[in-house]
Design a protein around this ligand. Sequence first.
Ligand SMILES: Cc1cc2nc3c(=O)[nH]c(=O)nc-3n(C[C@H](O)[C@H](O)[C@H](O)COP(=O)(O)OP(=O)(O)OC[C@H]3O[C@@H](n4cnc5c(N)ncnc54)[C@H](O)[C@@H]3O)c2cc1C
Length: 497
Amino acid sequence: MATSPSIAIIGAGFGGLTASIYLARAGARVTVYEQNSYPGGKAGVIHDSGFRFDAGPSLLTMPFVLRDIFTHAGKNIEDYLTLEKLQILCRYFYPDGTKLDAFSDTDRFAKEIDRVSDDTARQVHRYLVYCQKIYERTADLFLFKDFRQLKNLLTLSALKTLLSLHRIDPFRTMHSANASFFTDHKIIQLFDRYATYNGSNPYRVPATLNIIQHVEYNLGGYIVKEGIHRIPAALVEIARELGVSFCFDTKVNKIQYRDNSVTGIATDTSTTDYDYIVSDVDAGYTYTHLLDAAHGKETRRYFKQEPSSSALVYYWGIKGRTEQLETHNIYFSKNYRDEFNDIFTHRKCPDDPTVYVYISSRFNETDAPRGHENWFVMINTPFDSGQDWESETRRMRKIIIEKLSSALRKDIDAKIVFEKILTPLTIERQTGSLHGSLYGISSNSRFAAFLRQRNESKDWRNLYFCGGSAHPGGGIPLVILSGKITAGKIINRYGLR
Ligand SMILES: Cc1cc2nc3c(=O)[nH]c(=O)nc-3n(C[C@H](O)[C@H](O)[C@H](O)COP(=O)(O)OP(=O)(O)OC[C@H]3O[C@@H](n4cnc5c(N)ncnc54)[C@H](O)[C@@H]3O)c2cc1C
């Protein structure tokens, strides 16, 4: 081709920023349109009243995936970010008073489970080997590549995986698999929790997703000392150096198309033609608001899938220090099955929610004024289907405060000096995630991985998708991979360097 292709990327989330860097590095002319004044989408930041909160993600896994972007752009990640491996991944608290530390040293973790439960260290090691094997059999094909592309399917390792599918455990649920390894309900609950990392239900999600436990326990969990929002800020800096143009505070209102081909984008102030369009915005939102939702087979099939769960987050500035807490903490519910029935079947916030408390001022003391802590308190909720979120937010606040006050033996309400709240409605408004779903569609079916939005649209020529709703899925590392896979497809198609 005579000139390099022009590409519009809608959304400066992790997926869009990654795609922009790989595409610009390959010589494309890239413009990123972002409706907010800041990059990062769900990974925003709140600065208020002397407190700083990571607005969304708090834990980084598979850091090598992030490191790859910097290396590809000829940069040193250490010049931008300080990544630190957590020694205690999470402190778990159970309703019966049990406290369990998930050490990142797997020997210590296994001993801890041995100490507090009916299960043994040996069982834990056996389980983590099982999770690792699923990862080894699936990651290359299902995470790092587009498994629907013929050339990726026709490799020896892909064929091996496909010919012995049972070895990646897709025929039973995460919960049944975990219950076959452990007898103590507390340990089963701990490992079932990982279904929530992609907004799903452990009683329905295929056991293949037990790869997440391998990622966290065997590969490690990390914090970003400066705050997670510094990652998108660094990616913008690098993208700009590579020639990417950014239009912040610029909402794309429509993707222009002719017949079955997308041709450009329209904002409030302009209409611009592009050779390719990459949407980093939730696929459901892209179809509903930017295109024609009734258009094609793939689009219609997408809307038949169950959306993933959403979240309520309370950002609390707390007076004093609570010694019992670690950086990451989980207060489990009594009955996990009831909790997920509430979320996915009754579509209401759980009466007894599992509560996550994350305190970044534990590793970065400037995140809270002296003598205070910044608590990010989150519960899983249903996606928005018309619930009264104002009253749900009040109801859940009371339940959470009672739960934490009773467990910590102090009046938490009296300690709150700052408060801000994120609901499924604000998630949708701030990031364009339809219904406030955190990860597009849920993985609550055996075929979910095959039904996720493709990176290259089948319905629309020249339209591509990255981000949490597209292949390979949500969460920072997978979203980065989605941006990389998408960029790779355009680069191959256009014959860029
Ligand atoms: C509360 C919470 C906790 C989480 N915790 C973790 C965690 O601990 N670890 C982890 O790995 N992941 C976590 N995640 C998930 C992770 O944050 C996401 O998977 C990831 O950040 C999504 O990136 P994305 O590229 O899909 O884009 P998004 O972050 O969804 O961004 C999309 C961007 O598109 C923009 N946009 C939307 N519509 C338009 C339009 N019409 N025109 C222009 N711009 C538009 C939005 O403003 C936004 O910036 C969490 C998410 C949330 C919300």
